[in-house]
Design a protein around this ligand. Structure first.
Ligand code: COA
Length: 387
């Protein structure tokens, strides 16, 4: 039965057709949200270099920028933060749903379910005018959902959000029951800004495709979470740490990489569809990963980092992407590995919302074409005459 589902005529030869496999190089729309310039390894959000935002602003300011096109004044930031802090609670029902999920399910499945539940609770689902407010609700509640799952998976009690704390501090408190040293909070906050937005990447494009059908912002965000989960996209930050743990010894890293390349293994945390000479976000995140190594005395991961990078660059001229420094940084902050991609969700929900709102403001349904390479036309025979 199941082998008949596979089309025996299928031949994957896109290069012989007019197909841009993976939409490589295809420009599918305009955007005012961010711009990646691979030639200069640069990334701007609403005109501002991401490195400046990461160093000089808190993540909340960056969220405000992505949604309002300008950095906030002190008064605007205070009002924005007040609203975010007041909306962090999730319903008892949503908390119970997270608690009842199988303990072994991946946290990305939990957060996908939690955001879907948020959508089902909001009576304004179809109302696009309230999308900015819904984006803010997701920004406020997604960290609570992730932290609840973190605690439940460890058999611990839920810790309610603390409105006296900023987003980064509050997330640590909800996960660990305490706030770490300021340099750890800063490194985490920097990672959120670096992860916030990146033009038409796979998950953002997925959210725009869903929004283009006039579907709602929650449904589009759920789709984005599904796309981000994959190891070729957001899931890479978890795989990087699994790889580093597998290597475990800086002296073995070079040979590990050479063996991986010999075996044509895809090495997680390296390569990028757009950047070919390095990822604009990596130097900043590497600096903060190094600070985590200095603070915790775990220099081993940065030594493995350097050895892998050196070997990959000299062998293949393929450079690390943001997931490469983010993985060990989150590990040294104390997070369980399978929560690295949910943290990415917490950040990227800002970029996704900005794109969903932009798509709705000037919408045309996204509906590309495909080249058919299946069986030629044929006709149905009665059941008893089929071969
Ligand atoms: N490890 C080993 N080889 C890699 C590689 C990696 N991480 N990334 C790219 N390459 C190789 C490809 O195998 C290909 O080699 P070939 O020409 O001999 O076949 C070449 O570099 C070009 O790469 P390509 O597959 O065209 O890149 P892509 O644009 O289709 O894919 C990624 C981009 C990001 C999906 C890909 O680099 C990858 O899988 N990286 C690992 C996962 C990851 O870190 N994802 C997070 C991205 S931010």
């Amino acid at each position: 039965m199941s082998d008949r589902i596979v089309n025996p005529d299928y031949v994957a030869e896109p290069e012989k057709m007019n197909v841009k496999k993976g939409l490589e190089g295809a420009v599918v729309d305009t955007t005012t949200v961010s711009k990646v310039t691979p030639e200069t390894n640069s990334l701007i959000y609403k005109g501002y270099p991401v490195q400046e935002l990461a160093e000089q602003c808190r993540f909340e300011e960056v969220a405000y920028l992505l949604w309002n096109s300008e950095l906030p004044t002190a008064a605007q930031l205070a009002a924005f933060e007040k609203e975010e802090r007041q909306n962090r609670d999730i319903s008892k029902a949503n908390l119970e749903v997270i608690r009842l999920l199988p303990k072994k399910c991946h946290p990305m499945d939990s957060i996908r379910t939690g955001v879907s539940f948020l959508g089902s609770e909001d009576p304004r689902t179809w109302d696009k005018q309230s999308n900015a407010n819904k984006a803010l609700l997701m920004l406020a509640k997604i960290p609570t959902l992730i932290a609840a799952d973190y605690r439940f998976k460890k058999g611990l009690d839920f810790i309610a959000p603390d409105p006296t704390l900023n987003m980064a501090e509050n997330f640590f408190k909800m996960c660990f029951g305490k706030i770490p040293a300021p340099e750890v909070v800063k490194a985490f906050d920097v990672s959120l800004t670096l992860y916030a937005e990146h033009s038409f990447n796979a998950s953002t494009f997925a959210t725009r495709v869903i929004a283009s059908t006039e579907s709602d912002i929650y449904s589009a965000t759920v789709g984005g979470i599904g796309a981000l989960k994959g190891p070729l996209h957001g899931g890479a930050n978890e795989q990087v740490m699994h790889m580093m743990l597998e290597i475990n010894d800086p002296a073995k890293a070079e040979q590990w990489m050479l063996d991986a390349l010999k075996n044509k293994r895809k090495v997680m945390g390296f390569g990028h569809r757009v950047y070919k000479y390095g990822d604009s976000r990596v130097p900043t995140m590497k600096k903060y990963a190094q600070k985590m190594a200095d603070a915790t005395g775990q220099q081993k991961w940065m030594q493995i980092y350097d050895a892998l990078e050196k070997t990959m660059v000299s062998a293949k001229k393929i450079y690390p992407n943001l997931d490469f420094p983010a993985g060990p940084a989150y590990y040294m902050m104390g997070f369980e590995i399978d929560f690295f991609t949910p943290i990415f969700v917490m950040a990227r929900t800002t970029g996704w919302s900005a794109h969903i709102i932009e798509q709705h403001q000037n919408n045309r349904i996204i509906r590309p074409l495909s080249e058919y390479n299946g069986a030629t036309e044929r006709h149905v025979r009665p059941l008893n005459e089929r071969p």
